[in-house]
Write a protein that binds this ligand. Structure first.
Ligand SMILES: Cc1cc2nc3c(=O)[nH]c(=O)nc-3n(C[C@H](O)[C@H](O)[C@H](O)COP(=O)(O)OP(=O)(O)OC[C@H]3O[C@@H](n4cnc5c(N)ncnc54)[C@H](O)[C@@H]3O)c2cc1C
Length: 420
């Protein structure tokens, strides 16, 4: 039975103070309680053994959260971009790997749902898209199907600079797909891999405009999961390598009609900000841990108070300032995410992603330094938060480095300008 509200951590974003809608507050609250009741205790196992949090996915399906962004008339929860971000941050507090992999799954519904609704499509294409996504949504709502989102290939494509090397060639009734995806979270555990690949057209150079977004069934002939998985952090994501060897993919498995993914990436760039909520949650968790630890209130540790030392008070103050800064910036960015954002909004989105990813790890670093040696034992969550949070800056296409590149370039050059 669920515990009384008072025994839970406070919401990261208090619904009244941050003026959340009732729907957003309910979804974020549901995620927070599930995280606290079920995911917090299990997180150590997924991390130590680098295994996928299958039990968490069953619970998320039972709680309706696999369908958080599926429209209500398809049986889902009808959450929008901001509702999803708020809920994912709450999950990230308790299990980073679950939150990050949930992001890959949810994007397959968010991008095909409210984001796609904003994009220009002819009536025919929109009707085709409506049919296609209904099929994917039904699998998730009824069967608890899990989708992943492998697009990294180890080249410049995932950074957004080149067409994907994974190729799809037209054939009777669909496509033949060949290629390789690295760091494919949920590899071996998703039911469908939401693969980005380039539609190869005879006599035409491969183009990013011809990117296809296909749901490849995990059990399709020619799909292989290879390599091991023993990373620093986010170990439960099981991001192994996927190989596609002449895989036949039915045309009905398009997650978006031809050409629509390119429009989404061009006109709805905040779609790439969805990797940040997991890290927002980890930043909050490291801060919460520190306050409890210094008050001598962390379960399983001696009730020793360390809060009376001025240096520790200053460290907590610094952590709080960093946390409040990223919360305010992040909340603004997820609130203004929209079709065709202004330049100002886009630069703020890059800045937000950079700040959240880097600051989450900085808060964890300060937490370990100020709590001390006993706080970083593997029996406590802090050292896992430290390792998991280190991974945020590496997520393409908006790595910390690429956010800096984009901010600097786009602040100094208007579209089409050069110094030649
Ligand atoms: C825990 C975890 C889970 C992941 N899950 C997924 C997933 O589910 N799906 C998925 O598609 N990917 C996933 N990734 C992969 C991630 O998005 C990156 O693709 C991956 O970390 C890149 O690794 P790399 O060594 O090949 O990077 P490289 O391509 O070698 O890049 C290294 C760094 O150089 C910079 N860089 C890259 N390209 C350029 C360029 N053209 N110009 C300037 N600078 C550049 C970037 O800052 C980048 O971080 C995951 C990664 C991690 C760590």
């Amino acid at each position: 039975m669920a515990e009384a509200e008072s025994t839970y951590d406070m919401p990261i974003f208090d619904p009244v103070a941050w003026r959340l809608t009732d729907h957003e507050a309910e979804l974020a609250g549901r995620a927070r309680k599930l995280g606290a009741d079920k995911f917090a205790d299990r997180a150590e196992t997924w991390d130590r053994e680098a295994i996928f949090p299958t039990a968490n996915y069953k619970d998320m399906h039972d709680a309706g959260l696999l369908a958080i962004c599926i429209p209500q008339d398809h049986g889902g929860e009808g959450g929008g971009f901001r509702a999803y971000c708020l809920a994912a941050a709450e999950i990230g507090r308790y299990c980073g790997a679950t939150a990050l992999t949930w992001n890959m799954h949810v994007c397959s519904t968010l991008w095909t749902g409210t984001l796609a609704d904003d994009l220009e499509m002819s009536d025919d294409v929109r009707a085709q898209h409506a049919d296609g996504r209904a099929r994917h949504y039904a699998r998730i709502v009824k069967d608890g199907a899990v989708y992943s989102q492998p697009f990294s290939e180890g080249g410049a494509a995932a950074a957004g600079f080149k067409p994907f090397s994974t190729e799809a060639r037209s054939t009777d009734g669909g496509y033949i797909v060949s290629g390789k995806k690295i760091f494919a979270s949920l590899a071996g555990h998703a039911d469908y891999y939401g693969v980005l690949c380039t539609h190869i057209k005879e006599g035409k150079k491969p183009s990013q405009r011809d990117t296809l977004y296909l749901a490849i069934p995990a059990d399709a002939k020619g799909v292989k999961v290879v390599g091991d998985w023993d990373p620093l952090g986010m170990r439960g994501t099981v991001s192994r390598t996927l190989i596609f060897e002449d895989v036949f993919v039915d045309a009905a498995e398009e997650l978006m009609p031809q050409g629509v993914y390119f429009k989404a990436a061009s006109y709805w760039p905040h779609m790439f900000l969805t990797l940040s909520p997991s890290y927002m949650g980890m930043a909050q968790a490291a801060y919460d841990f520190t306050v409890k630890y210094l008050r001598g209130e962390v379960p399983g540790t001696p009730p020793v108070k360390r809060r009376m030392y001025p240096t520790k008070q200053i460290a907590v103050a610094e952590m709080r300032i960093k946390l409040e800064t990223i919360k305010a910036l992040w909340f603004q960015a997820i609130s203004e995410a929209r079709y065709n954002p202004s330049k100002d909004q886009l630069l703020r989105a890059y800045s937000t992603n950079h700040m959240v990813m880097e600051t989450a790890n900085e808060i964890c670093r300060l937490a370990i330094r100020t709590c001390g040696g006993q706080s970083m034992l593997k029996s406590l969550p802090l050292e896992r938060l430290y390792r998991d949070s280190r991974c945020g800056s590496l997520m393409l296409p908006w790595t910390a480095e690429l956010c800096l590149d984009r901010i600097g370039r786009e602040a100094l050059y208007e579209t089409g300008e050069s110094d030649d």
